[in-house]
Design a protein around this ligand. Sequence first.
Ligand SMILES: Nc1ncnc2c1ncn2[C@@H]1O[C@H](COP(=O)(O)OP(=O)(O)OP(=O)(O)O)[C@@H](O)[C@H]1O
Length: 262
Amino acid sequence: MTTLLTVDSLSKSFRGVHAIRDASFDVTAGKVHGIIGPNGAGKTTLFNLISGLLEPSSGKVSLNGKDISALPSYARTRLGMARTFQNIRLFSEMTVIENVLTGMHIQLSTPVWRTLIPFAGAEERQAKAKAMDLLELVGLADKALTRSASLAYGEQRRLEIARALASDPKILLLDEPAAGMNPLETQDLAVLLKKLNERGITLLLVEHDMRFVMDLCDQITVLNFGKVIAEGEPAAIRSNSAVIEAYLGPKVAERLLKEASA
Ligand SMILES: Nc1ncnc2c1ncn2[C@@H]1O[C@H](COP(=O)(O)OP(=O)(O)OP(=O)(O)O)[C@@H](O)[C@H]1O
């Protein structure tokens, strides 16, 4: 098993608030890795450190064995890392396909608008074809020319994923991808994420929907007050007493156990 991402003794303080404290874990290539923990445990801060939106107070992040701690986000994207955000960040006035094309700009030598005019050159046509393939993959091909603001909530979340995929990531970070989704949308999302993983994309996700996490993840890291308090496969995590005490609570743990043995 190859390690794709390493978080090594990472810490981050905000003026006295220790959001992440000496966190270390590895993400194996080809796996689905979950980060869970109570509100304020430091999950989003950890994502921001991994993706380069924040600088660590100490510690490092490595991708494929290369220390990327000092690199800005766009350089991490070039090395194969993409992410989505807890609050959807689409260009709401742009169409669906235009949003996907913006995710490709780092690979395109021509501006996005050039891809939108008829009779565009070969590079532009390829970009459009790739964007359409991604929209097909996430189930939004028929909405390519719709203004993204008019998509349903679950569709907007899937569009964000398509845009992140446009940079051909090896690892995709998803911050609460199922947040605000209804049960059907959540099910569809799980199917999509499994499909991406089968295509070889490693997934690192933060999520509060425990059924979703337990179903999807191969490995789970649990944070509490910025510290890693447990790590393991879903079966070990749902019966871990420290995790039950800090986060799951006995009722949820019991329900998860029943669902797993049903
Ligand atoms: N920019 C900031 N300035 C000051 N404190 C911050 C900042 N960002 C996060 N924090 C603090 O760091 C801690 C961790 O916050 P973070 O948002 O990472 O937690 P979380 O696990 O993602 O929570 P949630 O599940 O609610 O999204 C919290 O105490 C938060 O108030």
